[in-house]
Write a protein that binds this ligand. Structure first.
Ligand code: AMP
Length: 216
C-alpha cells in the first residue's frame, strides 16, 4: 500500500527541510498547507484576506477549508504512489478527515514527529530565510547562506523572511501548536502509530531516520 508520510512537529522543527529532502529523493510530491496558504499572498479575494489575517495572528485556518484543499490536492494524479504532508493535520478534526481520505485513497498513514526542545524553536523561526526561486531554506543562525541574504544557487535572488516568522507571531504560533496540535501526537501515540525522530541534529541524520521509518 502506498504511504502518506505525515511530518509533524512544532513550527521551526524542520518539517519543511525534511519534506524537501523526501520529495527530492523519494520522488513523491510534498504538500505543505502553509505553502498553499502563502500562495494566496497576492490575491485580493475576501477569503485570501481572511487567511492572511489568521496567519498573521499565528492561528489556524478553519478545518473545513484546509481539509478541502488537501482533499483536492491529494486527489491529483501525482499523488497516486503516495505523498508527503507538511503541516497537515494540525487538529484532531483534520486527523479524522485524513483517515477518511486515506481509506478512500487506499493509503497508509505514517506519522513522524520531528522532536525539538521548545527553547530552540523560536530562533529556528526568527532566523529562517527562504529562496523564492528554489525554496531552499536557510537560517541566519544555523545555516547561513554563503553571501549575506542571497541564495547559494540563485545568486541574484534576495532571500525572503516569512511574514509570520516575526517574534510576535512566532510566539502565537507556538502557543497554537501546544493547544491545538500537541493533542494529535497523543492521539497517534496511543494507537502506536507515532514514530519520533530527534530533530536537534544535522538534517542528513534526521533524514536517514525518516527514510528508515518510511521503509524507502
Ligand atoms: P506552516 O508553514 O506550516 O508553519 O503554516 C503557516 C500558517 O498557515 C500556520 O501558522 C496557519 O495559520 C496556516 N496553516 C498551515 N497549515 C494549516 C493547517 N493544517 N490547518 C490550519 N492552518 C494551517
Amino acid at each position: 500500500m502506498s504511504k502518506i508520510i505525515v511530518l509533524m512537529g512544532a513550527p521551526g522543527a524542520g518539517k519543511g527541510t525534511q519534506a524537501r529532502l523526501l520529495q527530492e529523493r523519494l520522488n513523491l510530491p510534498q504538500i505543505s498547507t502553509g505553502d498553499i496558504f502563502r500562495g494566496l499572498k497576492d490575491s485580493q479575494t475576501s477569503l485570501a484576506k481572511e487567511v492572511r489575517e489568521i496567519m498573521t495572528q499565528g492561528q489556524l485556518v478553519p478545518d473545513e477549508l484546509t481539509t478541502q484543499l488537501v482533499r483536492e490536492r491529494t486527489g491529483r494524479d501525482d499523488c497516486r504512489n503516495g505523498y508527503i504532508l507538511d503541516g497537515f493535520p494540525r487538529t484532531p478534526t483534520q486527523a479524522l478527515s485524513l483517515e477518511t481520505l486515506a481509506a478512500e485513497q487506499e493509503k497508509e498513514i505514517v506519522p513522524v514527529l520531528i522532536d525539538l526542545p521548545a527553547d530552540t524553536l523560536e530562533k529556528r523561526m526568527t532566523g529562517r530565510r527562504n529562496c523564492p526561486v528554489c525554496g531552499e531554506i536557510y537560517n541566519v543562525y544555523f545555516k547561513p547562506p554563503r553571501f549575506d541574504n542571497v541564495c547559494d544557487v540563485h545568486a541574484d535572488t534576495q532571500l525572503i523572511h516569512r511574514a509570520d516568522d516575526n517574534p510576535e507571531t512566532v510566539r502565537a504560533r507556538l502557543v497554537t501548536f501546544e493547544l491545538q496540535t500537541r493533542p494529535l501526537m497523543e492521539y497517534y501515540n496511543q494507537r502506536n502509530l507515532l514514530r519520533i525522530v530527534d530533530g536537534a541534529r544535522d538534517p542528513e541524520l534526521i533524514y536517514r531516520d525518516i527514510e528508515a521509518i518510511v521503509g524507502a
